[in-house]
Design a protein around this ligand. Structure first.
Ligand SMILES: [Mg+2]
Length: 251
């Protein structure tokens, strides 16, 4: 196999590619990270003021990657608060954004993200559309697998809506009772819906929780997308190959 073929996702080896959305296809991971920080900092500041304890802000690098990125919204709230030794009542999915519950905090973060998307739109990474079009032209099927409950709206705003055979998202998690990433359930559900063997499917992810899900699911290839120079961490969590952008997967 020559050097140029080595990097290709070839149909001889793979029948499908399963893409995460935020941070892989669309430049929205940074929007999520800053919305999480605004929401958690307001919560932590008010809590510190009430108790007289020191305010320790949400760390947009370390806390986001370790506790939140790639996970369903309520898991992100719960896992970060647990790391700070804080337990809140679960509340209900329709809790208002000001409610001091896991769902309330998650809904506040969602509101902030939607405000930014409505104002600024969604930027697509330049490598995304050419790769999706090349794969589909080669007869390789494509799925989007994201914890986001806003998947349809984001893909529509990004102009990517017609490029996937299957979508598994934050609404699918609730409807089918799936475990979120880092469990492999969402990717396995996408492979099942496509009718492909996980061993002949590729997972493409930018989150530590996401590459871990791909590795745990027994997929044929797990590709990490290192948007933040975090190659080593992605590899340590299960990425077999790490690229800086999807254009590296074009041949
Ligand atoms: Mg992501």
């Amino acid at each position: 196999m020559d050097e140029s073929r080595r990097d290709a996702i070839a149909h001889e080896r793979f029948d499908a590619v399963l893409f995460d959305m935020d941070g892989v296809l669309t430049d929205t991971a940074s929007v999520h990270a800053s919305a999480w920080k605004r929401m958690f900092d307001a919560f932590l500041r008010a809590r510190a003021a009430a108790s007289g304890e020191r305010f320790v802000p949400f760390d947009i690098e370390a806390d986001y990657a370790r506790h939140v990125d790639g996970k369903p919204r309520t898991d992100g709230v719960r896992d970060f608060l647990r790391a700070r030794g804080i337990t809140l009542p679960e509340g209900r999915p329709d809790d208002p954004p000001q409610a001091q519950t896991v769902h309330g905090l998650g809904n506040r973060k969602d509101q902030l993200v939607n405000e930014v998307i409505a104002t600024d739109g969604v930027r697509v990474f330049p490598g995304s559309v050419p790769l999706l079009e090349r794969l589909r032209a080669a007869g390789i099927r494509t799925a989007v697998v994201t914890s986001s409950q806003n998947r349809a709206r984001v893909l529509e705003a990004a102009g990517l809506g017609a490029l996937f055979d299957v979508a598994v998202d934050g609404i699918t998690i609730i409807e089918r009772g799936l475990a979120g990433k880092p469990a492999p359930d969402m990717f396995l559900e996408a492979a099942r819906a496509l009718g492909v063997d996980p061993a002949r499917a590729v997972v493409v992810e930018d989150a530590l929780s996401g590459v871990e899900a791909g590795a745990r699911g027994g997929f044929g290839l797990v590709i990490g997308v290192a948007r933040k120079g975090n190659r080593a961490e992605l590899a340590a969590h299960g990425a077999q190959r790490v690229v800086a952008d999807l254009s590296e997967l074009m041949t």
